[in-house]
Ligand binder design. Structure first.
Ligand code: NAP
Length: 246
């Protein structure tokens, strides 16, 4: 692969302040893309953008809540003003709230999880379409989960949000194939981030012994493949880094 396979491309990475999103943003910057690093915490996205710039790349930070369509419209307007267009979208921002059985769960936490993980993905994709059409094509990569495919006690909100995302990927892929816009799901499996560092009562952290516990950087090669492959490439597919089948 060429040294800077994303040279000349403009990327938005949501949830780029830490974890998987920050690793993908840094890698896209090193691969030559101009990267807009977005999340709600200004200091975290500024830090990711600063690391990219310090390594000689092009990046800027912009705060946005993916659950708010107006935030995303403003975000893309700033990306077009700053970088001239939009080619790559990584729908990575996500939350896992209120891990309780349905009977004891909080309806507000359920609604918020869907609003961020599923409706947020819808806002990010819908509002990116005209910008990608204006460039003659594009790539969307959505961070899915194995939990969207198999039930896990106490995770209704998160699992339902990711099951919905699975379908959103397929519908978008069908609707956008003729525009040269590819939409794929990246299922990372367990990654050591703030999302998975949930201490138990005894202070330990639950780990699934069957699964490969990754660092955020372990997710980068697959994200890079989905962003950089030569056209036409795959669309409407799920690519998993898990060891368990689902
Ligand atoms: N870690 C895993 O094991 C794992 C496994 C499967 C799938 N995934 C998926 O991979 C993605 C990234 O996970 P991660 O583990 O890297 O999570 P993380 O370390 O908790 O980071 C999540 C990022 O999303 C941002 N975010 C959260 N809510 C947001 C909102 N409403 N609007 C905009 N940004 C928001 C956070 O920043 P702010 O809080 O500042 O907004 C942060 O930058 C998620 O979609 C997750 O579901 C993770």
């Amino acid at each position: 692969m060429e040294r800077q396979p994303l040279k000349g491309r403009v990327a938005v990475v949501t949830g780029a302040g830490r974890g998987i999103g920050a690793a993908i943003a840094r890698a896209f910057g090193a691969a030559g893309a101009t990267v807009c690093c977005s999340a709600r915490s200004a200091a975290e996205v500024e830090a990711t953008a600063a690391v990219i710039r310090a390594a000689g790349g092009a990046a800027f930070a912009a705060t946005a809540d993916v659950a708010e369509a107006d935030d995303i419209a403003r975000l893309y307007a700033s990306v077009v003003a700053e970088a001239g267009g939009l080619d790559l979208l990584v729908v990575n921002a996500g939350v896992s709230l209120d891990q309780k059985p349905v009977a004891e769960s909080d309806p507000a936490a359920f609604a918020r999880t869907i609003a961020v993980n599923l409706t947020g993905a819808y806002h990010c994709a819908r509002l990116a379409i005209p910008h990608m059409r204006a460039r003659g094509g594009g790539r969307m990569i959505m961070l899915g989960s194995g939990m969207g495919h198999s039930s896990l006690h106490g995770h209704a909100a998160y699992s339902c949000s990711k099951a919905g995302l699975w379908m959103l990927v397929r519908i978008l892929a069908d609707e956008l194939r003729a525009d040269g816009i590819a939409v794929n799901e990246l299922v990372p499996g367990p990654v050591d981030t703030s999302m998975t560092q949930v201490p138990q009562r005894d202070g330990s952290v639950v780990r699934n012994p069957v699964e490969w516990l990754k660092s955020p950087e372990d997710v980068v090669p697959l994200a890079m493949f989905l962003a950089a492959h030569a056209p036409p490439g795959p669309t409407g597919q799920s690519f998993s880094l898990m060891r368990r089948t689902f």
